[in-house]
Design a protein around this ligand. Sequence first.
Ligand SMILES: *Cc1c(COP(=O)(O)O)cnc(C)c1O
Length: 473
Amino acid sequence: MAKSSLIAKASNKLRAIPAVEKVLQSLGELSLPRQAVVAIVRRELGLLRKERKIPDFETVVERIRGALQTLRADRIQPVINGTGILVHTNFGRAPLGPAVLETLEIVGSNYNNLEYDLSTGERGGRATYLENNLALLCGAEAATVVNNCAAALVLILRHLAVPPRNEVIISRGELVQIGGGFRIPEILEASGARLREVGTTNKTSLADYSKAINKSTALILKVHRSNFFMGGFVDSPSTEEIAQVARKHRLPFAEDLGSGAMIATEQIAGIEHEPTPAEALKRGVDVVSFSGDKLLGGPQAGVIAGKAKIVAALKKEPFFRALRCDKLILAALQTTIDVYLAGGAEAEIPVVQMLRTPKEDLARRAELIIEQLKDVPVQISVGTGKSQIGGGTLPRSVLASVTLDIAPKSMRLPDFGKRLRDGRPPLIGMISGGRFKIDLRTVFPRQDPELVEAIRMALEERPKYPSNQRLKE
Ligand SMILES: *Cc1c(COP(=O)(O)O)cnc(C)c1O
């Protein structure tokens, strides 16, 4: 052993770094831009040079293939979501339905009337049709759209909280963090507002709000506790009561709703009531903000709806220009809103569809999938799942679901998971209770054949290009 490794070492010294061109030739067709491939090859060869110990040519090529596989995997691409989390920020939140895709194609590939008034032949407002219908759907006087809900909130704060009147009153129970990098106190600060916390974490009274009002107060802000819940000794005044206080002091009252549910979520078994924009406005909130790509099920966007005067003023803010959406987003949202207004959400909005899919449908699909994997050496059974809404929405709600529970005979569960992620398309599931679980609620029925194939491939064949990870092992 020792002797042969010495010989190997000696021969390593004699090997030269392979030429870039030679490596490129052996890599073959890669479906990646040549420039990007060349850059990776150069980088890897550069690293080899530093290591001083040069492996044989085949090993060099394999290593570079691994690096290219990592590069390819980083490209935005479809994945099969077997996590059961409907609105998963890591997976691009809400998938879009056929009606929206059709709009994207036709608007994206043609010129359009984005800012052109067809009736007068002159310059027109941007997305006026969308704004009107959004207002209608929200039961608001007016509405507009920016890039995301965070941007909507920043815009609202920058406009309403201007020094010396820049204090924003908010309950200590609502100083929340949503996802990565969105913390209400930091957003407030970044917007030039001053935070005026009232109450305690678990209890805030109406008097806490009233007492905090002074001549520097700019607005009262309510933030929906979208991604966590509090129980036990908790209390806070109703939206109506806070609205009354705001009105009495002639202060604007804003609410960050986060999710933007337009359906009565409580009608779905296991799901709680999620406040809708229309409800918040009816209770006396002057302006609400919510995401386009959470429960609404549309593209990434931040909707602002409420009093016409506020919405109009927000649109006049110079900063509004920096947050405006492009034609594709506006067109996609326009179709999404039209679908809701036409009563077609369940048929056309994938997130709503998945929410409403009965467990029995999922169970039937699971049986069919298992049937198709009969010949594969694996233990696979139908399990019970608990789908979640995700995306920082309805944290307490779980939807009874159906899972495929897989126990591969020939490999460890993490390795199986890695192989599924290496597949095309990649499939992502969860490990729980000694099984690899795939929740079928978030797998589109049309993906079932791909899912069967993915499981088969992961179990049967070594992935063609080992990843860096495996090479290191
Ligand atoms: C998700 C969420 C946001 C952030 O929305 P984005 O559209 O991702 O910017 C803000 N506020 C609340 C309450 C949320 O739930």
